[in-house]
Design a protein around this ligand. Structure first.
Ligand SMILES: [Zn+2]
Length: 285
């Protein structure tokens, strides 16, 4: 058993956290991210809350369904049912109940998510003199020696911002950066995900992604690289999840989904769990 008094054990914890496998967290401010591969996974995901448990399930409509497939997906159908109940409650003049069903419907909706293999570099703040004004300014730069390997899970809004770096700008008719012409050019390049909270918004959002001109490469052990191949695999038990939601079945063996949810929210590497972070995922589609 590890001991807090042992420096070796403490060191082991340090490495366990930074060697990744978990989700990379985008903090408010500057986040220097390096994609390790241009391949990514994506799908529409339902997060079904039943009591204190969370069931993460891929929507049966998958990408083609665009997150709404009530004709083929049991969980979308369950969401549609909440909206029907909302209409009925509204017609009967019960505003509070209508609002409750609306909330339930929304929380059952599938949300888009993508996953990339990535490295996050620590951000350091430097004070430098501005060449023009001569005044000291804060500069945020990546620390190439302090890295975290993990899965970068992005919302639809964030994924679109990544894609925009390789898409021709509709207004200018040009690529946003002349040194990025294909998806491959995004790999091994520090990308600064700038996350800010705008006035009137409750949560900080990725406003901009600024790519560095130079490339960087890391030597990462195979074992340190997380596996994202099964990240959005479909699980064929949606009937059961719906029954659980309705209170018509007993839940079992779902502990790991609860952990995944915590990982997703806390965005920490393996071995770190249980810290619930009061932060909402941004950029619902
Ligand atoms: Zn669905």
């Amino acid at each position: 058993m590890p001991k807090l008094s042992s420096e070796d054990d403490r060191q082991e914890v340090e490495t366990a956290v930074s060697s990744g496998g978990g989700f990379i967290k985008l903090e408010e401010g500057h986040n220097f991210i390096v994609l390790l591969d241009e391949d990514f996974k994506h799908n529409f995901v339902h997060w079904v809350h039943v009591g204190d448990k969370v069931y993460r399930r891929i929507c049966r409509g998958e990408i083609k369904g665009g997150g709404w497939a009530p004709d083929i997906c049991e969980i979308c159908a369950l969401a549609a049912e909440q909206y029907e109940l909302k209409k009925e409650a509204k017609a009967e003049g019960d505003k509070a109940l209508a609002e409750e069903y609306n909330k339930r419907g929304n929380s059952l909706r599938a949300g888009y998510a993508s996953a990339f293999l990535a490295v996050k570099l620590k951000t350091i703040v430097e004070r430098k003199k501005d060449k023009r004004t001569g005044k000291p300014v804060k500069k945020y730069v990546p620390d190439y020696d302090d890295i975290e390997v993990g899965k970068l899970q992005l919302t639809h809004a964030q994924t679109k911002k990544v894609l925009a770096l390789v898409n021709i700008d509709e207004e200018t008719g040009e690529l946003p950066y002349d040194f990025i012409t294909t998806g491959d050019d995004l790999v091994n390049r520090p990308l600064d995900f700038i996350k800010k909270k705008e006035a009137k918004r409750l949560y900080a959002e990725v406003q901009n992604i600024r790519p560095a001109e130079g490339l960087v490469e890391f030597e990462i052990e195979e074992t340190e690289i997380p596996d994202i191949t099964g990240e959005f695999d479909f699980i064929d038990d949606l009937d059961k999840v719906v029954a659980l939601y309705r209170g018509e079945a007993e839940g079992e063996e779902e502990e790991d989904y609860e952990e995944q949810e915590i990982d997703k929210k806390a965005g920490k590497g393996k071995g770190v769990k249980g810290r619930k972070v009061k932060e909402k995922e941004e950029g619902d589609i």
